[in-house]
Design a protein around this ligand. Structure first.
Ligand SMILES: [Zn+2]
Ligand SMILES: [Zn+2]
Length: 310
């Protein structure tokens, strides 16, 4: 995985340091930086001049520890290394433009891009918290067990339902991300109290007991998968899940139509407990599809029980 730093970000971050925003930079170095920049103005060819400027900015980006800050935070996410061909940092156009995104090219190569405002480089502690959170999003996106898909649309949803699903999905995912980071003792952008407040606001319509269960499952990493998060985001009251396991109906866990339902009482208790932990609203009567049964069987490490074709 190659680490890339966009010229605009490098320049803005270095200028910010040169203006004295980042503490701990010796005055002598600031003078050397000014001298090196002045020298670039003497280059007549505009392209060569731009290249010379970029070279000066990049060398101070390294010298002042900005590059190593990004590099060392990325080391906490070793799963990104084999999954991405490059991890690029670019300048965000504003607060709403900040965040991590995953791109896939025609050859299937994946590239992670983190957009951040140059002001973030003023202080290492909040910068690190921000990067932990965003790189954790990327780590989920490349983890096959998380099963990420950028497609959040569900059949029959209106535009406003989709917008609400997106907002809720983002909130659920953020709670799950920060909970898991806290467990790894990595500092992040929000603590449990802040996330619980946001969660309670976003899901105020749920009974308190259900809200507590759901938050605990999220915060403790028991709901760290795309499909359960999307299910809750799209249908937090679990209304859609209240159907009978008839052939072709949607599985209450993964949401896919299935013709292979599992006889729930033949599931091992550990698998059933795990399903209940991930889907507090689920009840035995609703059953699960054979694929979900297999998945829960493998994560609880038990022998796969018989499924029946209805
Ligand atoms: Zn987030
Ligand atoms: Zn399923």
């Amino acid at each position: 995985m190659q680490l890339l730093f966009e010229d605009d970000l490098v320049e803005a971050a270095v200028r910010l340091c040169a203006a004295g925003t980042r503490s701990g930079i010796p005055a002598l170095q600031l003078r050397r930086y000014d001298v090196e920049r002045e020298r670039c103005y003497a280059v007549l060819d505009p392209d060569e001049r731009a290249t010379a400027f970029a070279r000066v900015q990049l060398s101070w980006f390294g010298e002042w520890g900005l590059e190593s800050r990004l590099t060392s935070v990325a080391l906490h996410f070793p799963m990104l290394q084999p999954a991405l061909t490059a991890l690029a940092f670019r300048k965000a156009r504003g607060r709403n433009d900040e965040g991590a995104e995953l791109y896939r090219d025609a050859q299937g190569r994946r590239r992670g891009i983190v957009a951040l405002r140059p002001e973030r480089f003023a202080d290492d502690a909040p910068l690190t918290r921000f990067l932990h959170h965003e790189l954790a999003h990327l780590a989920d996106m490349v983890d096959p067990a998380f099963g990420y898909s950028p497609e959040l649309e569900q059949t029959g949803q209106t535009a406003s339902q989709l917008r609400l699903t997106r907002e809720r999905y983002r909130l659920l995912w953020d709670v799950s991300i920060d909970g898991r980071l806290v467990q790894r003792r990595l500092e992040t952008v929000a603590d449990e109290v802040q996330r619980r407040q946001e969660f309670n606001r976003g899901f105020a319509f749920l009974p308190e007991e259900r809200r507590d269960e759901l938050f605990a499952a999220l915060w403790h990493g028991r709901l760290a998968r795309h499909h359960p998060l999307l299910d809750i985001a799209a249908d937090p009251r679990g209304l859609r899940g209240r159907h009978d396991p008839v052939p072709g109906a949607a599985c209450p866990l993964c949401g896919f139509a299935t013709f292979q339902w599992t006889e729930v009482d033949r599931l091992r208790p550990a698998a059933r407990d795990r399903i209940r932990a991930d889907f507090p609203a689920w009840c035995d009567r609703e059953s699960v599809c054979a694929r979900c049964a297999e998945m829960y069987d493998s994560i609880t490490g038990l022998e796969y029980p018989a499924t029946v074709v209805l």
